[in-house]
Design a protein. Structure first.
Length: 321
């Protein structure tokens, strides 16, 4: 193993601890800053063509990844500086603590019957129109969001950080943020957002399956069944329009013993989602369980990412011999 092989895993774990302790930065969030830059570029270059969207996505993703490369080179040979850089980048791109806090708070507001507060909070979890949702609809939306966003905002960035360091962290978050901004099937973005959506599908293909396996494996911690989670994944995931949301949402539905899917209202239109899981509709208690399961999956992924990162330097050295 190369000297200082502990640097990347230590940085990833430091970032995970920082996210657990601090949550998202309240001001000057780097991801929000990237989103602002992306929005400015979109206003300047938008046209209803795939090629324009490809260029928009490529410029922003290459810039974010390149920034990570330059940052790592700037601290090369200084282990403590490298750990700090990796930790800061990991903290910046993770969203696990804020996600689970919003999920638990939404569950509490729905339990109390405070639909006004729940509708105000829901946009922090997903892009659905809260004005048209009742308590059951917001519970389902929150549970589905806990599943998908745990994969997107926790599992995937940690795994990309494990195999590609700071460039992987920043590049992945750029792709995922662009998908959230323009990767819709709306008239404006059907062509312009195609590249961002397809690239996001690609970079999440393996992480989403890892997340689904962890949801299943940790199901007993929230009173669920790994067998039921795996059965729902195998039976229902392929019917979902997203190749990555399907496995994680189906696994969570099975783990919690609930049924997800159905009519889903977005600002750009209505989608009829397939049924995932064979149980009853989720309750606020199930949303609490989903938030706890999300936290557990996050910590399990951090441990897995640290192990992968520890083995990566040895692999690179052997490959070069």
């Amino acid at each position: 193993m190369r000297p200082h092989a502990w640097v990347r895993p230590a940085g990833l774990l430091l970032g995970m601890v920082a996210d657990a302790a601090l949550g998202d930065p309240r001001r000057w969030h780097p991801v929000a800053g990237f989103g602002s830059v992306a929005a400015v570029l979109e206003r300047r270059c938008y046209s209803d063509r795939r090629v324009t969207g490809i260029l928009h996505t490529a410029v922003l993703v290459v810039a974010a990844t390149g920034l990570g490369v330059l940052a790592e080179r700037a601290v090369a040979g200084r282990p403590l500086a490298s750990v700090t850089l990796t930790g800061a980048a990991t903290w910046a791109v993770l969203g696990g603590t804020s996600l689970s806090r919003h999920g638990a708070a939404l569950a509490a507001e729905l339990t109390d019957g405070d639909l006004v507060a729940a509708r105000s909070r829901l946009p922090s979890l997903c892009g659905r129109d809260p004005a048209v949702l009742d308590a059951d609809g917001m519970t389902r939306a929150g549970t589905e969001s806990m599943a998908e966003n745990t994969s997107d905002a926790v599992v995937a960035p940690l795994l990309w950080g494990a195999v590609a360091g700071v460039p992987g962290l920043l590049g992945y978050r750029a792709v995922n943020t662009l998908d959230a901004m323009v990767g819709y099937r709306s008239p404006r973005y059907r062509r312009f957002g195609w590249a961002a959506a397809r690239l996001d599908d690609l970079v999440n293909l393996l992480p989403s399956r890892v997340a689904a396996l962890l949801f299943a494996g940790l199901a007993p911690a929230v009173g669920g069944s790994p067998a039921a989670a795996l059965a729902a994944w195998r039976r229902d995931a392929s019917a979902h329009p997203s190749p990555n949301a399907g496995p994680v949402e189906a696994a969570v539905a099975g783990a919690l013993g609930v049924g997800l899917g159905g009519r889903t209202v977005y600002p750009h239109g209505v989608e009829e989602r397939p049924r995932l899981g064979a149980g009853r509709a989720p309750s606020p208690v199930d949303l609490h369980r989903a938030a706890r399961l999300s936290r557990l999956v996050g910590w399990a992924t951090a441990g897995l990412a640290a192990m992968v990162a520890s083995s990566a330097p040895e692999y690179r050295r052997c490959a070069s011999n």
